[in-house]
Design a protein around this ligand. Sequence first.
Ligand code: UDP
Length: 403
Amino acid sequence: MKILFLDQSSQLGGAELCLLDLAQYYRKSCLVCTFSAGPFPQRLIQENIAVEVLAQKSLQFQKQSGIAQAAKSLGQLWPLIWQVSRLSAQYDCIYANTQKALVVGAIASLLSRKPLVYHLHDILSAEHFSALSRRIIVTCANQAVLVIANSQASRSAFVSAGGRAARVQVVYNGFDLDAAPRRAKRSRSQIRSNLGFTDQFVVGHFSRLSSWKGQHVLLDALKLCPPQVCAVLVGDALFGEKDYAMQLQQQVKDLELDNRVKFLGFRSDIPELMSACDLITHTSTVSEPFGRVIVEGMLSDRPVVAAAAGGALEIIEPGQTGWLSSPGDSAKLAEIITLVYRNPELASAIAKQAQAVAKERFNLSVINAQIDDLLKVSISHQPPSSLHHNNNGSACEDESRRQ
Ligand code: UDP
């Protein structure tokens, strides 16, 4: 299968990290096109994946933009559309991984007559997108032969926004199960002492700094926790939310938490850092489309508390594989953090169970094979090697594959 991947971003967000894993699977026969230069194309080059940066200037249209901005952006898109249409002649399909990539891919696919696939990493609701953006995305996505949704929550929102249900398959993100032990070059105590922690209870938050990711909720919660509880905030303002990043720094000062909070910026050693924490928190204030960090926390054998909305509800079974807190509710979050702090044996048992479940459900090699099967069926009309589909549109691995 020869795939032309398109992704508008130059940053390493969750959608790009997911694509990085998939592009490695198709390394010998794919090209990844990004719409600007930056850390994502650089990382693809490091991994020996063919990459082409199609434009140097970022596009103006944003998730909440209106009609005037949309018209202006279309003008910017034409050169990209021509390039993609021309490049696609050498590939079996155009695989769009983000919304602007979808718009470019959909028009290029009409010109080149190459099938379009869309990997949906977002919840198409009013919380995240303007009505115009949703209409544009659904219109373009309905032209795809296959839409891969990263959760049932993303699928439902897509269908509610007018997306064709029959074309959508839910495939969760996969994770390299060997990543954590392979990359762990330092011991947990070494990492903790490098961070300046000894016997504190360290709560980790791993996400780009963005108001809907809710780092402020964790800071408010921390103030209500015993003084032994500290936090590391890992991540940067990737998509222009510098004001929020400054607001968080100010909040730390106002709450007098300077000695209990560390900002680490963007890091590439996530499994190691997670293993140095005592609890991983996910605090999104609106529905999370999937929540890679939740699974990464589970795989790191750490207890996880997540905000109860969107994809998180499909990943965590409360009391069995983690805890759920109401989005935005810092008092409830503080209660759960304190419970985990005071009950290390319970937390450890739940973390163990969560790790076993995550290894079973989110194994990268199984998930890459699922996507490959879906592409074969949708594009080349080959019979699937091992898939069946359930009533929810989820692609499920065959029993034989698990053995
Ligand atoms: N991440 C990272 N470095 C950081 C912060 C986050 O590599 O400093 C990764 C994190 O491990 C996860 C991804 O970024 O794999 C974020 O994905 P998620 O689904 O949690 O959120 P998204 O960014 O897609 O909204």
